[in-house]
Design a protein around this ligand. Sequence first.
Ligand code: F6R
Length: 258
Amino acid sequence: MEVIIKDTVEEIGKIAARLVARQLNAKPDTVLGLATGSTPLGLYAELVRMHKEQGLDFSQVVSFNLDEYVGLPESHPQTYDYFMRENLFKHINISEHNTYIPSGTADNCEAFCEWYERRIKECGGIDLQILGIGSDGHIAFNEPSSSLGSRTRIKTLAKQTIDDNSRFFSSPEEVPIYAITMGVGTILEARKIILLASGQAKAAAVAAAVEGPVTSMVAASALQLHRDAMFILDREAAGELKMADYYEWVQAKMAHAP
Ligand code: F6R
């Protein structure tokens, strides 16, 4: 596991964007796994800039989003579908047919989840997965006690997640209780994983994920089992890491640090 600590949240987005661009240049038909929420906004803004100013090409890219609320009408501005279109897809040259987002309105949710898993495999599997982390240590919406082998399925959101995400709604009561989410097992199959985190509110979850035991109570700790997982953190999110000095020393010694 690689841990990169930077001074500002802006730097995190820029580094992540450089890594995505490097991946797309090496493999133009990359399959990307994408996250929503506040964390990847800087990354997406930088990718849009790179597309517009440097011609970063998404024409062959396929993307799969991690999750979607269940039950919000398709036109609702808090659907992750809306978020992706507004913050990334409509600003770059990705083909709409190549962007997959779990459906929160499918009649047969179980069949949809099986199809989503199958579609990821048919597209060759996820090359690079972008993740945020919840203050309860979730990745996607794999809340505490989610099986580390879990696959795409419907999941009940934890009270803490509902409270955290209520900032996007007019009241906590409006936040959906259920979401469709890729499982921890689905995420671990990605070839490369980059988790981004910023702010002091994420510090305890980041420390538990990086330095704590691997446990279903902190889904992000499962990334310790992955061969190519990277945490890119700002100083606040790294604030509770006991080995922060070591991670920074390793980065300083690396000839090709991102
Ligand atoms: C969103 C997702 C979630 C978020 C996490 C952090 O697609 O999968 O796991 O990454 O809840 O959210 P923010 O970035 O809003 O703090």
